[in-house]
Design a protein around this ligand. Sequence first.
Ligand SMILES: *Cc1c(COP(=O)(O)O)cnc(C)c1O
Length: 429
Amino acid sequence: MFGDYEVRNGHLYISGADTVELAKKYGTPLYVMSEDVVRASCRELKGALDKYYDSCGMITYASKAMCVKEMCRIVACEGLGIDCVSGGELYTAKEAGVPMEKVHYHGNNKTDDEIRFGLDMKVGKFIVDSYEELIKVNKFAGEKGIVQKILIRVTPGVDAHTHDFIKTGQIDSKFGFAIETGAAEEISKKAVTLENVFLSGFHCHIGSQIFEKEPFVETAEIMLDFINDMENKLGMTFTNLVLGGGFGIKYTEDDKPLPYDEILKPVLLYVKERRIKEGKDLIRLGFEPGRSIAGPAGVTLYTVGSVKEIPGIRTYVSVDGGMGDNPRYILYQAKYEFLIAGRADQPKEKIVSVCGKCCESGDMLGENVPLGEVSEGDILAVKATGAYNYSMASNYNRIPRPPVVFVSKGEDRLCVKRESYEDLVKLDI
Ligand SMILES: *Cc1c(COP(=O)(O)O)cnc(C)c1O
């Protein structure tokens, strides 16, 4: 699902809601999320698993992409599990009423408190990412008199051709245990000797914003080889394999993502056919998309303040937000599509640079991007901002974080309030 936009009477609508009216009602900056797009994505993902893999598996939403209670509720209502990477995400999922047995607990350096919290919350599986964690999960689980299910995070050594900062499948990574170096085998051998953890399988994640199908098939091949090898060496069977998330989305016209059905079909059929050929039961397969569920569902609305033309250089269009609510440009030079919400059908014959209001020259949302006529008071909309925007937002310059409004079939509802100045000093002593 690649967004749900339309233009009516010149206004940009998202899932039947007029963005100009939303900006008027809630103020700007404003995050708007389409519940309809989130639900459609969840259904497409599950549909692919049903169609090509006998429903034998689970989709977990990587909540770090956008972790607020309402988002957790919606994806859980669609039957998805949730990935958490911190005590805070776990707490949010719990507060949202997500069934804890459907939670996968990630993180390469969980603190002792976080490990105990996860055990107390009875999360379905810990995704163990270090030797120290393995020992501690076993120890704390023993103290609590439980046996914790775990998966071990493995680095398969697949390069998914994406940005360096968001590439995680290769050996040189802070995440996981490499197959190639023998580290993955060593930790697995250790795990099966421990009494209070139960190793039910393996996990990997090769990167983000991936547009090709092949890396997933290649990864599945490497992981199944590894699992067969471990089963032979350890004399046991493993029932779970998580192949990560990372499905690409459309930020601009240059991005050409594949529908879930197409990107998942080859990998699902590969695993299914291989397991049948090997005379084995289907392994329970997991996928854990974050960006592709939350990203296309979101649009951020700003009000234009100043428009500063520097002759022969460029035009700066300043908005009432910036790197505080969307740090992705300053982090990765992420590209977005911009438009004026109230004149969404006007031609984009002007090239401008959209900047925020923070005291930082790098505080940009886009440089040299096409936009039509623009002046003070216009509502500027930025598409595909549902993922890694709200969740990465900060209070830099003591700017309160914007609220989050969900829309469905033309109806809007406030799900996260705008921060107030009082909120900003709440923790100050
Ligand atoms: C970030 C992450 C995901 C989600 O990645 P997306 O690109 O947002 O789909 C899934 N699994 C793990 C382990 C991650 O770190």
